[in-house]
Design a protein around this ligand. Structure first.
Ligand code: ADP
Length: 351
């Protein structure tokens, strides 16, 4: 998952960032990744689908069908690709749609895959069209077609590939072309995690990091993690530092509250960027409806960041709604920020 790193003025520590930061590559954070399906917390339907599909494939001595995961960043798509490779006993190659600039890049990767290997393509919806075309025969017939020479002398040669499994991940399934989407045998959406699952993840990660966390501390950390395991792990590290320096080393409710206040993470888990987004919609655009481009321009943030990273959770908790005429902030959002909601009475009558 190496790639460009997005940093934002309002998200300097990368709490929301969708790309792995260098700290995600630190051995202790890598070691938090579950390696077996039985260690994967939550998402029971996804786990069951994979359990059945993997056992069936193993029984038939075949590679697993191609799998597509959809969902906001940090919910465990890459982790599942690792688990699939591990459980199926294949090697794992990781790349991303935007990294595959030319057909040759993909062919190079494909021709190095062996039978049963897993190719993980993150942000698969951003794969260039000319590269995507090489994926079709690779996925369907385990072959790539090379064309030699040009014009009347053109000859095509079919190169056989090892039967591999493609695991694709996307935050925006709507942007995937129909021919690509149709070539995946298994498609699962990952949803934000329930608090009890995040508590389990917080405790599991604390144990692996060799730090003690009590029940109330784990519950508070889970509540403030925007339903996202990656955020649990990142915040846990901050809280651990705080606790070791300013407290007695045991993570409790008061230490979580104090350290996350320093990080700007509020009691709903909203970050400064979430709050700036909501404030812009409420104060600047009278609560909406307002187009995403206008919000992005006012915030000086990229539209993709807002759509992929900020909005999914705000939609999930009902702080914003998406209508045909744009985004609207809800009463609950105004209440949370303690800003009176100013609504356009005409719009309310129409809505
Ligand atoms: P994505 O690919 O969806 O952006 P990742 O798979 O990189 O997300 O997950 C981010 C981190 O969250 C991982 O390093 C892993 O430690 C943790 N994580 C994700 N899903 C789970 C889970 N179900 N159980 C435990 N930890 C998880």
């Amino acid at each position: 998952m190496a790639g460009n790193i997005l940093t934002h003025s309002s998200d300097p520590e990368g709490i929301l960032t969708r790309k792995d930061l260098p700290m995600d590559e630190a051995p202790e954070i890598l070691s938090l990744r579950p390696r077996k399906l039985s260690d994967y917390v939550g998402q029971p339907e996804v786990v069951e689908t994979l359990e059945i599909a993997m056992s069936a494939a193993k029984k038939r001595n075949e590679p697993l069908d191609h799998v597509l995961f959809h969902g906001p960043p940090g919910l465990g798509k890459t982790t599942l690709a690792h688990i699939i490779a591990n459980e199926m006993g294949g090697g794992l190659t990781i790349t991303s749609g935007p990294a595959l600039e030319k057909g040759g890049d993909l062919i190079g990767i494909l021709t190095h895959l062996s039978e049963g290997d897993v190719l993980f393509v993150d942000e698969i919806h951003r794969t260039p069209k000319n590269v995507e075309e090489f994926l079709y025969p690779a996925m369907e017939d385990f072959a790539v077609d090379f064309v030699f020479d040009k014009g009347v002398h053109a000859r095509s040669h079919r190169f056989r590939l090892g039967r591999f499994t493609l695991v694709g991940a996307t935050t925006r399934v709507g942007l995937l072309s129909a021919p690509l989407r149709d070539r995946f045998g298994i498609f699962r959406s990952l949803d934000f995690y329930h608090e009890k699952d995040l508590v389990t993840i917080a405790k599991r990660s604390a144990a692996l990091l060799d730090v003690i966390i009590d029940d109330s501390g784990a519950a508070e950390l889970a509540r403030r993690s925007r339903g996202t395991p990656r955020i649990v792990n990142r915040l846990l590290k901050r809280v651990r530092d705080y606790t070791q320096v300013r407290a007695d080393g045991v993570i409790t409710l008061p230490t979580v509250i104090r350290s996350l206040a320093l990080e700007g993470v509020d009691e709903m888990g909203l970050t400064p960027l979430d709050r700036r987004y909501l404030e812009t919609v409420i104060r600047f655009y009278g609560g909406g409806p307002v187009g995403i481009e206008a919000i992005a321009a006012t915030l000086q943030e990229e539209t993709d960041t807002l759509v992929d990273v900020v909005e999914p959770y705000l939609l999930k908790i009902g702080f914003i709604t998406r209508t045909s005429s744009g985004r609207r902030a809800s009463e609950a959002a105004c209440k949370h920020l303690a800003i009176p909601c100013r609504r356009d009475p005409l719009f309310d009558r129409e809505a």
